[in-house]
Design a protein. Structure first.
Ligand code: A3P
Length: 317
């Protein structure tokens, strides 16, 4: 398939899509019911067309600021523990986002159809795409999907800090937190609405628990050990009794902990894609920080939203 063909198709599509400006000035485009950052539309379109999942692939998915960086570090370390020793981990010298690429923000951003076939197995990729927007082969192959979600109040606060710190639209004057929160509650935010994003993966996991592992940031924070083991089992590589005795689970947990990653030189300095500060992916790493930024009325609004949107799904926040 040729680049031109994709571009023409995209041009035509873009003309029909609803658009909005996020509170920080970045453009959002509504595609298949979700607000995608404009910059991600073309790469997503290319990934949908060209990405061919292998059964051995592991696809990490999330809405931004839900713990993606942590999940990348964990899954990379778990999946590669027999190939790379922990004290030689690339995570010690490279940012987790460099070690595990995004489909839409790395691989398909720069190339229409990057050559990914020969990457060593298991290939690990990340995406913020909602479940229904994933390339067909991800849904249809035997590859594994690991989703991480987070309390939307903390996710909103985290994203607000992140976007303010990595201001891209130089002339844009960001809206205040009340207006930004109002957009959020309307579902107008990158990869939103958050309730549909979460529900898509929740339902997929209920339907096929062998295929989709649904994780919550808060659960990992509460006790990482069972989750490291759960991820290993899910990807078909459980820890042996010998490994457990040697403390491998703890070593991986420690390597990927917020404190450890945040204090590495590579994560304190430098930029991703020349614009996103490496350090901005490691802010507080806490549960419940929303309380310092949002009012009880705002929290109530999200609670009511979740009760109505998740009604009958079995999903409780
Ligand atoms: P805060 O802004 O609340 O601190 P993402 O990785 O999806 O971009 O999400 C970023 C959020 O996860 C930030 O939350 C960040 O601090 C937190 N985070 C990053 N690495 C982490 C880790 N190893 N353990 C726990 N939280 C982490």
């Amino acid at each position: 398939m040729e680049k031109k063909e994709v571009s023409n198709e995209l041009q035509e599509l873009l003309q029909t899509l609803e658009q909005q400006t996020n509170w920080d000035g970045r453009r959002l485009v509504k595609y298949d019911g979700f607000w995608l950052p404009e910059i991600a539309v073309r790469p997503i379109f290319s990934a949908q067309r060209y990405f061919k999942a292998k059964d051995s692939d592991i696809i990490l998915t999330s809405i931004p600021k839900s713990g993606t960086t942590w999940l990348k570090a964990l899954v990379f370390s778990i999946a590669n523990r027999n190939v790379i020793s922990i004290d030689q981990s690339p995570l010690l010298t490279s940012h987790p986002h460099t070690v595990v690429p995004f489909l839409e923000f790395n691989l398909y951003l720069f190339q229409e159809n990057p050559h990914l076939q020969d990457l060593p197995s298991p290939r690990i990729f990340t995406t913020h795409m909602p479940f229904k927007i994933l390339p067909d082969s991800i849904r249809e192959s035997e590859c594994k999907i690991i989703y991480i979600c987070r309390n939307p109040l903390d996710q909103f606060v985290s994203h607000r800090h992140f976007l303010l710190e990595n201001k891209i639209e130089k002339d844009a004057v960001p809206l205040d937190i009340d207006a930004a929160f109002d957009l959020f509650c309307q579902g107008i935010h990158p990869f939103g609405p958050f309730w549909d994003h979460i529900l898509g993966y929740w339902n997929a996991g209920l339907k096929n628990p062998e295929k989709v592992l649904f994780l919550r940031y808060e659960d990992l924070k509460e006790d990482i050990t069972p989750h490291v083991k759960k991820i290993a089992e899910f990807i078909g590589s459980p820890f042996s009794p010998e490994e457990e005795k040697q403390g491998v689970v703890d070593q991986i947990s420690r390597l990927c902990s917020f404190e450890n990653l945040r204090n590495l030189e590579v994560n304190k300095n430098g930029y991703i894609l020349k614009v996103l500060k490496n350090s901005s992916f490691f802010r507080k790493g806490e549960v419940g920080d929303w309380i310092n930024h949002l009012t009880p009325a705002m929290a109530e609004r999200v609670k009511d939203l979740l009760v109505s949107k998740f009604d009958g799904s079995g999903l409780i926040f």
